[in-house]
Write a protein that binds this ligand. Structure first.
Ligand SMILES: [Zn+2]
Length: 298
């Protein structure tokens, strides 16, 4: 995707988000899920996260653009994190989708069997917290082994403090999650227009965050599109080093693959990231997610 195209996509995402506010009860649409990671990935002793999550449709809200996650107002100045799930109608979906995207078949779902498998395999994972964050629904990519996800990582040479070493850190974040034995492969492409996933950069966010992931799902809760933005600086100006960039990328890729937050700060998916690598629980939760069909368990 060229930069000019990105400029066009941003307003479209904004439109989708706006439509979602007006159509919270649309069922057969595409949800745009926006998640944002803490800007304090490398800070020791930061205040424990006070969850600022909003369940889909829980609270009517003002129209927002794709880059406004509302963290500052909902979680306060030090509020580290917010996430939102939005349901957009089919018109927005049509705007967002690549016409070439193959339609995924509906998953085979047996609610009782899914619950049984969660009971059997949920120990050592935070799948329960993910379900709680998602209003009892799971979202994930379809199996993508034969046709790996195409990832484009921007080279942000024009940004102050840009370091080309950030690119391999982001790639490593994808590959690290890929090593958890999930049925999703990744391939990095040079042409942004050929990519399903775009990782771009900004100088800093206005909120107390350092990363943001936005993904879209179809009516079966298959994730169909996702984009990540990572900041080069903390909200208050400190430069993030490559190790911190990798930690933030791990957190954001976790969101991109379908995980949500856990309160346990030893995991990469805690809202205010404090560790630099995946925990056993991160790996186990991701692995379990990809053994289950997506969709609501209600
Ligand atoms: Zn997050």
């Amino acid at each position: 995707m060229r930069r000019a195209d990105l400029m066009l996509v941003a307003p479209l995402l904004g439109i989708a988000a706006w439509i979602s506010v007006q159509a919270l009860d649309v069922r057969d649409g595409v949800a745009f899920h926006e998640v944002a990671a803490s800007g304090d990935a490398v800070r020791a002793g930061s205040t424990p996260d006070a969850a600022a999550d909003a369940a889909p449709g829980a609270t009517p809200e003002a129209p927002r653009s794709a880059t406004d996650d509302g963290a500052a107002t909902e979680a306060g100045a030090e509020g580290p994190h917010t996430h939102r799930a939005r349901t957009a109608n089919a018109v927005a979906d049509g705007d967002m989708r690549s016409p070439a995207r193959p339609r995924e078949p509906a998953p085979l779902r047996d609610i009782a069997d899914i619950h049984r498998r969660l009971d059997e395999s949920g120990a050592g994972t935070y799948i329960g917290e993910v379900l709680a964050d998602r209003d009892s629904a799971l979202a994930r990519w379809p199996d993508r082994v034969a046709r790996p996800l195409t990832i484009w990582v921007q080279s942000a040479d024009s940004l102050h403090d840009w370091n080309p070493a950030f690119i391999p850190q982001v790639r490593d974040a994808f590959q690290t999650w890929g090593s958890t034995d999930i049925p999703v492969g990744f391939v990095f492409v040079r042409d942004s227009a050929a990519a399903e996933v775009h990782v771009t950069w900004c100088d800093h966010f206005e909120e107390q965050i350092s990363g943001k992931t936005m993904w879209a799902r179809d009516e079966n809760w298959w994730i169909v599109e996702a984009n990540i933005v990572i900041a080069l600086h903390h909200n208050h100006g400190e430069t993030l080093d490559p190790s911190a960039i990798r930690a933030i990328a791990l957190h954001e890729v976790g969101h991109l693959l379908g995980l949500d937050h856990t309160a346990d700060t030893t995991n990469i998916m805690t809202p205010r990231v404090r560790v630099r690598d995946l925990s056993a629980a991160d790996r186990a939760t991701m692995k379990l997610l990809y053994t289950l069909p997506p969709g609501s368990l209600r």
